[in-house]
Design a protein around this ligand. Structure first.
Ligand SMILES: N[C@@H](CCC(=O)N[C@@H](CS)C(=O)NCC(=O)O)C(=O)O
Length: 223
């Protein structure tokens, strides 16, 4: 009998969505548990005592934390529809870019929500500088993975869906056809993939969640 698969996530978390995309891509059924991050469950604290964060994947009761680690585990455990490249050098490069995305772009986007005035303009410039690196990485390709969406598409996928909300809420322009044509086209292509679009968070609910998040972090950084 197949071991049970459970995901501890939060519906508005781009990092939990990565895991759902990978599971869908592989055709793995899973139970999804939505965690309240303002009132963390005993279950979350027990399964991720080090970071106390989602996502956590439970496979046959064994917990795995950290979204990039989980993606690697999924690809090694269920070998159908591989997401990482086969070639060791290409795999290493995919992991290099994933780490770059999380260290740089994810961190910058989280900060964007807390900034106003000239600080917002400065962080926008930092975001654009790093997004342009991704734009270049896409030169001549439909997806980061080539002809099909793969590991890096799943890793960067949140950028495609979250950027327009981030732009709307902060009034910034981050990705457009003129300055980042590759990233703009990729965003559209990625959001059209069947296993991607079927589990996107509802736009109105996400917008309200992000507006509330911005209000909260701006107030906290001014106090
Ligand atoms: N590096 C971790 C980051 C996970 C993370 O930041 N999760 C957020 C939700 S998107 C969280 O659980 N936040 C709760 C907290 O920080 O207390 C990963 O890739 O899984």
């Amino acid at each position: 009998m197949a071991k049970e698969v459970t995901l501890l996530g939060m519906w508005a978390s781009p990092l939990a969505l990565r895991i759902e995309w990978a599971l869908k891509r592989k055709g793995i059924s899973y139970e999804y548990i939505d965690e309240d991050l303002f009132n963390k469950s005993e279950r979350l604290l027990m399964y991720n005592p080090v970071h106390k964060k989602i996502p956590v994947l439970l496979h046959g009761g064994n917990p795995i934390a950290e979204s990039l680690v989980i993606l690697g585990y999924i690809d090694e455990t269920w070998t159908q529809n591989p997401i990482l490249p086969e070639d060791p050098y290409q795999r290493a490069m995919a992991r290099f870019w994933a780490k770059f995305g999380d260290d740089k772009i994810w961190t910058i986007y989280v900060k964007i929500f807390s900034k106003t005035g000239f600080e917002l303009e400065n962080i926008r410039n930092e975001a654009v500088e790093n997004l342009k690196i991704l734009d270049k990485l896409l030169d001549g390709k439909k997806f980061f993975g080539g002809e099909c969406a793969g590991f890096l598409d799943i890793v960067f996928g949140w950028i495609a869906y979250w950027t327009p909300f981030c732009e709307e809420i902060t009034g910034l322009n981050l990705i457009d056809k003129t300055s980042m044509p590759n990233l703009e086209a990729w965003s559209k292509n990625f959001l059209e993939v069947s296993w991607v679009k079927e589990i996107l968070p509802p736009p109105d609910k996400l917008r309200s969640n992000l507006q509330a998040f911005r209000k909260h972090v701006v107030a906290a950084s001014n106090s």
